[in-house]
Design a protein around this ligand. Structure first.
Ligand SMILES: C[S@@+](CC[C@H](N)C(=O)[O-])C[C@H]1O[C@@H](n2cnc3c(N)ncnc32)[C@H](O)[C@@H]1O
Length: 210
């Protein structure tokens, strides 16, 4: 049961994110998720049926060796009816991953996850990310994504005045190269704890010419 102790200790360090993931899953009807750079944050499985975790850190790989015990624990604590489905890949998330496309990608303090793994997102799927490493900024600058909501420290999801995010006090432009090289989210005038982007549908409708 060392893995459970480790998870409980981790949760007390990072805070329990079950409420956050649960609210997002409910609002966007999320049934499947990919969590690259998850470390041992298995709380998405409490509220989402089908989650694939990816992390290449040896501590995370060791933790997930107990996957059948983890599944038993999740099945006794989850907030949905069906049996959970948990997968773990102990690899670099930049590598090709063999999975079906998911409803949501989770990006928390683990680099440019939204860029590296957006090909695994369904059309209209969502990226839940923070800007700790600049992943939200890169999504904001990425034409494939559109900002649809923000989440504050009280886990309130808001779609109001989204134009005020990713704006500097002095009106200067975002320096994408700097974000990529420093892996740090810039300090904007208004910031949220988390951002929700939607992947724009890849289907293009062309008006036939007359
Ligand atoms: C700071 S921890 C954050 C863990 C978790 N997302 C959280 O918020 O509690 C970053 C994790 O991302 C993983 N990571 C970073 N880059 C990665 C990559 N390219 N492939 C797989 N895992 C990666 C690290 O191994 C580490 O476990």
């Amino acid at each position: 049961m060392d893995w459970l102790k480790e998870f409980e200790e981790y949760k007390s360090k990072i805070g329990d994110r079950t409420t956050l993931y649960g609210l997002v899953a409910k609002k966007y009807n999320i049934k499947s998720a990919l969590y690259p750079g998850s470390h041992i944050d298995i709380s998405p499985s409490m509220v989402i049926l089908d989650v694939t975790y990816v992390d290449n850190f040896k501590g995370a790989i060791k933790f997930f060796e107990e996957i059948s015990e983890i599944e038993k624990y999740v099945n006794s604590n989850k907030e949905y009816k069906e049996m959970c489905n948990i997968d773990f890949l102990g690899t670099d998330y930049n590598n090709e991953i063999s999975i079906d496309k998911v409803d949501m990608i989770i990006s928390q303090y683990a680099g440019f996850v939204g860029q590296a793994t957006k090909r695994y997102l369904k059309d209209d799927g969502i990226l839940l990310c923070n800007d700790s490493h600049g992943d939200a900024t890169l999504a904001y600058l990425d034409e494939d994504y559109i900002l649809v909501a923000v989440i504050d420290q009280h886990n309130e999801i808001s779609t109001n005045q989204l134009e005020k995010y990713f704006v500097f006090k002095n009106g200067r432009q975002i320096d994408k190269n700097k974000v990529q090289s420093t892996m740090k989210g810039p300090k904007y005038e208004t910031q949220a704890n988390n951002y929700i982007f939607k992947l724009k549908s890849r289907i293009q409708y062309f008006k036939p010419s007359t």
